[in-house]
Ligand binder design. Structure first.
Ligand SMILES: [Fe+2]
Length: 240
């Protein structure tokens, strides 16, 4: 049996990532997948990226926040987001990211695929068709059917909507592990999933675990960043 750790949308919340690492011993996994959005909205982009950099067998892709950070670092103007509290977080991140971690992000793809046993697995930030599409488990079945149609992948792993789910539609397994570091559903705990593949079988289990929210909040305050993020981490809801 192969065990794959599914992570995504860490958003620089290293205390949450660290808690997961202590809970499941990541080195025991055959692969570690990250669906992107390493950066922005918490103050530990370097620690977050280094956690992935130091591990072997990782399959990591860029998310929209990472792509924006790379654009800012290239000197491009940040058109969106418009809200000031979000812009502050983007600029803080671009100013504090170490060159070696920027280099790591630059080398990452926007999507990836790999094979385990005879299963082909695709990894996307949004969906197979659009890296910026937010796919929710409540979306019409027709959207999942479109993404399943002619899919070269038996398993599609996605992030971006920050909603943990597992659905099988027309034989394709759709998995979103939820967000490690920025939850929107009123449960502030860190989310992740484990995918197990054994000969013919696929099994997916989701987890929510508590982490040191106050550690994240304390650092935001020390860096004099918008207080709205402290509240978001504490209640696990999107307020911005
Ligand atoms: Fe995200």
């Amino acid at each position: 049996m192969k065990k794959i750790l599914l992570l995504g949308d860490v958003h620089a919340n290293y205390p949450a990532l660290k808690a997961i690492g202590q809970y499941i011993k990541p080195d025991r996994f055959d692969r570690i997948v990250n669906t992107g959005d390493f950066t922005v909205y918490s103050t530990f982009p370097n620690e977050t990226i280094q956690w992935f950099r130091k591990r072997k067998k990782t399959i990591c892709i860029l998310g929209n926040t990472d792509r924006k950070i790379l654009r800012i670092l290239k000197g491009k103007k940040l058109k969106k987001p418009k809200k000031n509290e979000k812009r502050v977080m983007y600029f803080w991140t671009s100013e504090n990211l170490l060159a070696e971690n920027t280099g790591y992000l630059k080398a990452l793809p926007e999507k990836a695929d790999f094979t385990v046993d005879h299963f082909r697995i695709g990894v996307f930030h949004g969906t197979l068709e659009d890296p910026d599409e937010e796919l929710f488990p409540t979306d019409p079945a027709g959207r999942f059917q479109q993404l399943a149609k002619d899919s070269p992948y038996q398993i599609q792993i996605m992030g971006h909507s920050h909603v943990p789910y597992y659905k099988i539609v027309d034989g394709v397994h759709f998995i979103n592990p939820g967000s490690v570091g920025r939850m929107f559903d009123g449960d502030p705990r860190a989310s992740f999933a484990i995918l197990k593949i054994s000969s013919e079988k696929i099994a997916v289990e989701h987890f929510r675990i508590p982490y040191g929210v106050e550690e994240a909040v304390k650092d935001l305050k020390e860096q004099k960043l918008p207080g709205i993020y402290a509240k978001m981490f504490r209640i696990g809801k999107k307020l911005n």
